[in-house]
Write a protein that binds this ligand. Structure first.
Ligand code: ZN
Length: 311
């Protein structure tokens, strides 16, 4: 039986959030400060429910715990990936994530976080922060102590369609006007370095400079990814990244295309347009999992998908 597991988003209101989830995808967002939609997540802070079918109403973590056969018997206590949309109406805080080893030791056995971003849309002249300019940890410390963030941070211009891989230890921040899809390890361990001296409810948000100083890669070495496009029948496939945690592709479907689901499981996010997957209608904003053993997938329509699998 060919089973498609559709998931429902979990929304997060944030001081910096906006309304583009609704504008782009028709999501029923909880308010005009919706910063994130966790669309494929089994994380305790946002566990997606299954929209229909024999598992309707169950959570993804429940499915992972009770039907591991759907995930090719992949090992691990927790579902390994997390996919979210982020809508930044304002700048996000400057942050950095630990790797698995640091997180295991200092965060009670948690995972580290490698993440990647595909820019769906942004305002003209938008930019993003990835990396920093300090040559040594001493220089980094004095720039931070003296509040010289402009000199410390590396800012780069962005355009829709840009893609970035963010390994642990990379200083990063999404800035105002950016709308993107993020694929990451299933982890919420974040060390906040700077929050533009903002206050929420009269108080500044907690910073974690001690941990950040320990884990920031210094000097910063740029991680470049070179997305490669393959022109296939009925679609263009772009390999965005393949690392030890995930492989991410983008499919631009024009008409009818075939793809093979030969992985333990395949995450599919429809980022643009509409069409069908094996006859099942799908449209932008929908997110699903094609389980283990699914095999050939028939894609029809005029739509773009971002897919992710483990390994
Ligand atoms: Zn991050």
């Amino acid at each position: 039986m060919k089973e498609i597991i559709k998931l429902m988003p979990v929304y997060k209101e944030m001081v910096w959030g906006g309304t583009r989830m609704q504008d782009y995808f028709g999501y029923k967002i909880p308010g005009s400060d919706t910063g994130e939609a966790w669309v494929v997540s089994a994380h305790p802070q946002g566990d997606c429910r299954i929209a229909e079918g024999r598992f309707e109403g169950k959570t993804l973590s429940w499915l992972w715990d009770n039907h591991r056969e759907l995930f090719g018997e992949t090992e691990g206590e927790e579902f390994p990936l997390l996919v979210k949309y982020i809508d930044a109406r304002d700048d996000l805080s400057i942050q950095v994530h630990p790797d698995d080893i640091y997180a295991a030791i200092h965060e009670n056995g948690a995972r580290g976080k490698t993440e990647c971003w595909y820019i769906l849309d942004c305002e003209a002249n938008s930019d993003i922060i990835i990396g920093h300019q300090a040559k040594t940890k001493e220089e980094m410390k004095s720039l931070i102590d003296e509040n010289r963030w402009e000199e410390f941070l590396k800012v780069r211009p962005i355009r829709p369609g840009d893609f970035f891989q963010i390994p642990p230890g990379t200083v990063h921040a999404i800035r105002r006007g950016t709308f993107l899809i993020e694929i990451q390890q299933n982890s919420a361990v974040t060390y906040r370095m700077y929050d533009y001296d903002r206050r929420t409810g009269g108080k500044p948000r907690e910073l974690h400079l001690k941990q950040a100083m320990e884990i920031v890669q210094c000097p910063y070495e740029k991680t470049s990814v070179f997305p490669e496009v393959f022109h296939e029948k009925g679609c263009d496939r772009t390999r965005l990244v393949s690392c030890r945690y995930y492989t991410v592709d983008k499919y631009d479907i024009m008409g009818t295309a075939m793809l093979e689901q030969s992985h333990p499981f395949l995450i599919v996010s429809v980022i643009c347009g509409k069409g069908s997957i094996d006859g099942c209608p799908v449209k932008k904003g929908e997110n699903l999992i094609l389980p283990y053993g699914y095999g050939d997938v028939r894609l029809e329509g005029d739509m773009s998908l971002v897919t992710a699998y483990v390994g």
